[in-house]
Design a protein around this ligand. Sequence first.
Ligand code: URA
Length: 206
Amino acid sequence: MADTIHWNNIEEVRAEALVCCRCDLCYGRTHVVFGEGPSDARAMIVGEGPGREEDEAARPFVGKAGKYLDRLLEEAGLDRETLWVTNIVRCRPTRREDDKLRNRAPRTTEIRACDIWTSATYHFVNPDLVMCLGAAPAQALISKDFRIGEGRGRWHEGREGRLTTATYHPAYVLRLRGEDRRSIEEQMLADFAMMRSELEKLRMAA
Ligand code: URA
């Protein structure tokens, strides 16, 4: 990847990504949701793909799942403003159902097409830690058969050897009820707490 880096900084990458048409998702989008955060963030959160609200706002995790994510991050003592937040695909994947456009998981071909922006973000933001939300980013950035229930709760050597882990996708948790929801939410809080404590260790060592 280093050979193909022809930008000078993450804002130059963003400018090019905003007019990307490397896959068919570009035809249905309102905006490219490139990602946001401090360009020297030590940790990065990678979701699956923008939903309707994100597509409209051009910002990741601003809808219902995003608000839920914000609450969990805060509860775990993490400040979203210090993290780079993005998705494994940057345009909204949709499917038509009953004449309505619904969100869907990204396809492997779409993730591959968007990988240039993921790699360039790794290069310029250079995060020490990566937290994947949901199976799609975990399978792209940790291993192709990664399963959240089995692999969550510990650090893995992810893409480029970066410390990478994964937890449940907030939209999935919002669909659960009662005890199931409570149990998964507890695991997510533990996963974010693990991220916070690793960040503290890195800060102390710096
Ligand atoms: N779900 C995602 O995976 N990403 C977003 O940005 C919003 C919802």
